[in-house]
Design a binder for this molecule. Structure first.
Ligand code: RFL
Ligand code: PHB
Length: 396
């Protein structure tokens, strides 16, 4: 088997890249380790930036986002038992759209399969050969192992994937910090406490009150990193969410059936060496942001536009410049998202018992409420900085 671009992983990065290559006539094959059902059910992110929605509109995949997504102007913050709305739309334009990651994945998968394009599920890439003049991947599928030759390999295989190892450790520049806390996340059949998402910076730690629809909420609690989910009964979760969001609703927080629960660690990570020879890293394979601020999925999509443009320039225009500059083109936007996520994480969580830090965090929260300049700066990143380049290659 041979293809121009072997794509490892059918998450937002891999599927978006495949779509953008397909539209430019560059053939690729997507290999996904898990089943279709698994990737279409996996509960993860939920907030799309405006540039992500705009991209989906450009490629003809926005109908369900418009029909089922919920447009938000900004978010609420609660601290010292008072709730404030930060309206970013009024200052910078655009929206944050609530649309579950697995719904975006479903849209991209069904589009690719409907167009008869190659996407193999339960196809595990076990090895990558990264040569100067080409590449190959070894795939295990239904008990068989085979090699696929490719001009390039796009590793969209997440933080735990095999892609990063195809770049020699001695040439990688990696920056990483783990936080002493995790997010305990639930999905519940309740009505959202506020019309848009809310972050509550409480002395017990952060709570996040988001949603997936009029009667489905997605809520998170900051917990110690070594927390055992089994120690958190439904009642304990509801009690703690209620304590942390006190003041946000006169009636208190509605309780209901919890039908999904999970733990997510908090980590800031960037591998600045996003390319080596024929291998490129995209999305979580190259960088992780803590979930505060909801940037991860959007960064994955942004990387895909840069690589799609570079690959199209190479194959259609015989121009290697954009591929050579892939990391350098992606990194400034990645670092802006890292800064934003780290700032929100430090401000909204309780990470230390240091009274100075606590008061500095209150001061920063106050400035978000009182200063239009602060809100504008926050809003520009929350609603989405422009992607570094357009996905379409136009010969100049
Ligand atoms: P993914 O989605 O992890 O997809 C990688 C895919 O690669 C497959 N794979 C392989 N396939 C073949 N062979 C192999 N050897 C393979 N190894 C792995 C995997 O099965 C998988 O299908 O990475 P991608 O595409 O880079 O997308 C990144 C996003 O998933 C991630 O950044 C977000 O979910 C982060 N995130 C959020 N991002 C947002 O933009 N907005 C949010 O609201 C938001 N909330 C969140 C989040 C992540 C969270 N958790 C669970 C960490 C909330 C949480 C709680
Ligand atoms: C979500 O709705 O899943 C969500 C909301 C806000 C975040 C992260 C995730 O900061």
């Amino acid at each position: 088997m041979r293809t121009k671009v072997a794509i490892i992983g059918a998450g937002p990065a891999g599927l978006t890249l495949a779509k953008l290559l397909d539209l430019q006539g560059v053939d690729c094959i997507v290999f996904e380790q898990r089943s279709r059902d698994y990737v279409e059910q996996r509960t993860r992110a939920g907030i799309l930036e405006q540039p992500t929605v705009d991209l989906m509109a450009e490629v003809g995949l926005v109908d369900r986002i418009h029909a089922e997504g919920i447009k938000h102007d900004g978010f609420y913050v609660t601290f010292d038992e008072a709730t404030h709305h930060l309206d970013f739309n009024a200052l910078v334009g655009g929206h944050a759209t609530v649309y579950a990651q697995q719904e975006l994945v479903k849209d991209l998968v069904s589009d690719r399969l409907a167009n008869g394009l190659p996407l193999m599920f339960e196809a595990d890439v076990t090895a990558i050969e990264n040569r100067v003049d080409g590449a190959s991947v070894t795939v295990r599928h239904e008990g068989r192992t085979f090699e696929v030759e490719a001009d390039f390999v796009a590793c969209c295989d997440g933080y735990h994937g095999v892609g990063r190892a195809a770049i020699p450790a001695e040439s990688r520049t990696e920056i990483e910090q783990t936080y002493p806390v995790a997010w305990l996340g639930i999905l519940a059949r309740t009505t959202p406490v506020t019309p848009e998402g809310m972050y509550c910076a409480h002395e017990n730690g952060l709570s996040v009150h988001s949603m997936r629809g009029a009667r489905i909420t997605r809520q998170y609690l900051q917990v110690p990193a070594d927390t055992d989910l089994a120690d958190w009964s439904d009642n304990r979760i509801w009690d703690e969410l209620a304590v942390r969001s006190a003041g946000a609703s006169a009636d208190g927080l509605e309780r209901g059936e919890i039908f999904d629960r999970s733990m997510a660690p908090l980590r800031s990570y960037v591998n600045e060496t996003m390319q080596h020879r024929r291998v490129f890293l995209l999305g979580d394979a190259a960088h992780i942001v803590p979930p505060t601020g909801a940037k991860g999925l959007n960064l994955a999509v942004s990387d895909a536009t840069v690589l799609a443009h570079g690959l199209a320039a190479h194959f259609l225009g015989n121009d290697r410049r954009w591929l050579d500059d892939y990391s350098a083109t992606c990194l400034p936007r990645i670092w802006q998202a890292q800064l934003f996520s780290a700032t929100l994480t430090a401000t909204l969580h309780r990470l230390t018992d240091d009274p100075l830090q606590w008061r500095l965090n209150r001061a920063r929260l106050q400035s978000w409420v009182t200063s239009e300049a602060q809100r504008r700066a926050l809003g520009e990143v929350y609603l989405g900085l422009p992607f570094p380049v357009g996905w379409q290659y136009a010969a100049s």
